[in-house]
Write a protein that binds this ligand. Structure first.
Ligand SMILES: CC(=O)N[C@H](C=O)[C@@H](O)[C@H](O)[C@H](O)COP(=O)(O)O
Length: 231
């Protein structure tokens, strides 16, 4: 089946759980993705062959697939190698997300992965952490550029909220769509990202990691009681 591109502008929901998370498993992630679709998501971002395949079959939205995998001696963990790209495509993803930061000659090697994705008729989403990486990723042929890794490379700003400055810095400098991703927790932040020049917004944890959503409420309430003299 031909890869489905992102046509409608709108919200992309990232449905990911790690093995240690209570919601881990393709069956749960499919339910998350169906809930996201019901709520109006226009695409799903997900991790791992099983989740990609199951979500693609059950949900009927464009799927952005990645494989998170740690390799000894390397900091690249989002779709690190060609075998990961192959597995993502075989599982039926429409778009392959991959690390295109400027680490470990990744930008140069990334070209090979992007070309492979294009030959398979799919699209490539570059996960970057700086404006320079974004521009270079587009030059290498990425079809979408996402701010996913800002805050996760040692040389990008480490902050609690989304990197809105990076989005503003890239305004008018890319011809491919820019995607705001990473630490977007409120609708206001999503709108700010669009106002700064992002075309799409990806929200993950704030929607699909209930343990983190709970923690924010629990911490805030605990702070309140501490502040008011009740322990
Ligand atoms: C840095 C990294 O590995 N990000 C991953 C990329 O796929 C996911 O763990 C994030 O959940 C996703 O980017 C959405 O971000 P947030 O969950 O903050 O809304």
């Amino acid at each position: 089946m031909a890869a489905q591109p992102l046509t409608a502008k709108g919200l992309i929901v990232s449905c990911q759980a790690a093995p240690e998370d209570p919601l881990y498993g393709a069956d749960t992630m499919v339910r998350m993705a169906l809930a996201a679709k019901q709520g109006g998501a226009i695409a799903i971002r997900c991790n791992g062959k099983e989740d990609i395949r199951a979500i693609k079959e059950a949900v009927g939205l464009p799927v952005i697939g990645l494989i998170k995998r740690e390799i000894a001696g390397s900091d690249i963990y989002i779709t690190p190698e060609l075998e990961d790209v192959r597995a993502i495509l075989e599982a039926g993803a429409d778009i392959v997300a991959l690390d295109l930061t400027n680490r470990e000659n990744r930008l140069e090697n990334g070209k090979r992965l992007i070309d492979y994705i294009h030959r398979a008729g799919a699209k490539a989403m570059a996960d970057i952490s700086t404006a320079e990486e974004a521009i270079r990723a587009e030059q290498l042929g990425a079809d979408y550029v996402s701010t996913t890794l800002s805050g996760y490379t040692p040389y990008s700003p480490q902050q609690d909220g989304p990197d809105l400055e990076l989005i503003a810095k890239l305004r008018g400098r890319l011809t491919v769509p820019l995607i705001a991703e990473g630490r977007i927790w409120t609708t206001e932040e999503a709108v700010l990202a669009l106002e700064r020049g992002a075309e799409f917004v990806v929200v993950g944890s704030a929607i699909t990691r209930p343990q983190l959503v709970t923690k924010r409420f629990a911490n805030r309430i605990a702070e309140y009681w501490t502040h008011n003299g009740v322990v």
